[in-house]
Design a protein around this ligand. Structure first.
Ligand code: MV4
Length: 448
């Protein structure tokens, strides 16, 4: 087992990782930017190294500085968390060259899944269903027009280097194709430095259902059930839950098998997520694979009663997995609490938190790095806490969440708490009638 893990991240996830390391008897090293001096991950780690000024490129994304921190603290592993360098194949490779274990998949696995066309081709070979579409890259606009005619409108163009919604364009009819082609090319060139595009049939009003998987170094891959992440706004997830209200035992069997097949086909090591689009007929299609621990992992932890960070560290250290899948035994839901003004188009609301009280009680978990007196910096993403509730049924879970949200006191900044309070009262949400388009028509009104 590792003796000392350097956590190449900040915020709640850095703290979350430190907690598990402590329980496992592993020493921890925090790295931090000058904006995070007062952060709890710095306080609770055994050692802390300041690696630079607030901008991420000078700190949490700066590989030479991080490797220098590894060197001076003699850490034998790096946990990248999510975001930042967690899906950076180059970083994983540099770690390997340095002889420090990157807690995650191999750089080859990251590269393979990072390129969306390669990922899709890999899934087709593995026998995992994918959305019908172009064979690889579109050559030119003529090829795009021909392919769209073959697939049938509506179609969606996606950047092969994309993901998370960037550089995507939906086209409803042939006369709009050329214009969208040009725009998608420009956008993906500007965002990713790669203007490779591919095309798919556009699935209308899909659900986003993802499977958590974990693989060990001996080729065993299992799934840890699904999460429904359909409640999103501009590709930012706001609520995640498990089980999916749309799931049936039969669908879970089919999707779970596909997710495990996907992982086994690349001998996947570590925790990962297979994202699927699910249409109203319960057809499902591979969308992307995330090769990291995700923000919403606690939802899975609560329904299967396992510490995923612990499992992740164990497989990274070469331990073997027991070979069976897990299915949810409870219902869990997570609300992302962001420092944002929900009445002003969710615009960021950084600043000093003047008072803070987090909800408590049976079945309530809050993962956060903030406290009263903490200043939310404007340099990083706006998530300040995750409120996770669990109960025997979805109905009880929603009631508990509503109660917990009412108990949440955060003053000095605006947060997404009022959004979640309204959502927990929405009849369609309570019935489980939603898809990825749900928030387009969800109206939030400011009441006294
Ligand atoms: C799609 C789609 C419909 N049809 N692909 C958005 C993020 C990126 N990972 C893929 N996305 C989509 N791909 C086909 N063929 C609809 C979306 C989509 C979406 C997916 C998941 C969650 C929220 C979404 C919001 C808008 C569009």
């Amino acid at each position: 087992m590792f003796k000392k893990i350097l956590i190449a991240n900040r915020g709640e996830i850095a703290l979350r990782i430190i907690r598990t390391c402590k329980e496992m008897g592993i020493k921890t090293v925090a790295i931090y930017s000058t904006a995070d001096r007062e952060s709890l991950h710095v306080r609770f780690a055994d050692e802390a190294v300041c690696i630079g000024p607030p901008p991420s490129v000078d700190s949490y994304l700066n590989i030479p500085k991080i490797m220098a921190a590894v060197e001076i603290t003699d850490a034998d592993a790096i946990h990248p968390g999510y975001g930042f360098l967690s899906e950076n194949a180059k970083f994983a490779e540099i770690c390997q060259q340095y002889g420090v274990k990157f807690i995650g998949p191999t750089s080859e696995q990251i590269t393979k899944m990072g390129d969306k066309i390669t990922a899709k081709e890999t899934m087709i070979k593995a026998g995992v269903p994918v959305v019908p579409g172009s064979e690889g890259l579109l050559k030119d606009v003529k090829d795009a027009i021909k392919t769209a005619a073959k697939i049938g409108y509506p179609v969606i163009m996606k950047a092969t280097a994309g993901g998370g919604g960037k550089g995507m364009r939906v086209v409803w009819k042939e006369e709009d194709l050329e214009d969208n082609w040009n725009k998608a090319k420009q956008e993906s060139k500007a965002s990713f430095g790669n203007d490779g595009l591919y095309m798919e049939k556009f699935i209308e009003e899909p659900r986003h259902i993802e499977f958590q998987i974990i693989g060990d170094q001996f080729g065993t891959v299992i799934h840890l059930s699904e999460r429904d992440c359909s409640i999103q706004r501009r590709h930012q997830k706001l609520v995640e839950e498990s089980p999916s209200p749309f799931m049936t035992p039969e669908l879970r069997e089919r999707m779970g098998d596909a997710a495990v097949k996907a992982g086994k086909s690349i001998k996947y090591e570590g925790v990962g997520t297979i994202e699927f689009l699910v249409d109203k007929y319960r057809n499902f299609y591979f969308m992307e694979m995330n090769t990291r621990i995700q923000v919403e992992h606690p939802v899975t932890e609560e329904v299967i009663d396992r510490d995923l960070i612990k499992e992740q560290i164990k497989v990274a250290a070469g331990e073997k997995l027991a070979g069976h899948n897990y299915i949810p035994e409870m219902h869990a839901m997570e609300c992302r609490i962001n420092a944002e003004d929900v009445y002003k188009d969710f615009r960021p609301s950084p600043g000093k938190i003047t008072s803070f009280h987090s909800p408590k009680g049976h079945g309530v978990r809050v993962d956060t790095h903030v406290y009263a007196g903490y200043t939310v910096p404007s340099n990083y993403d706006s998530m300040i806490a995750k409120l996770i509730c669990k109960a025997a049924t979805r109905e009880e879970c929603i009631k508990k969440m509503a109660r917990a949200l009412d108990e949440f006191i955060i003053e000095g900044i605006k947060t997404t708490v009022p959004f979640h309070q309204a959502l927990m009262k929405d009849e369609q949400f309570k019935l489980g009638n939603f898809n990825t388009g749900f928030l387009n028509s969800f109206v939030l009104t400011e009441s006294e």
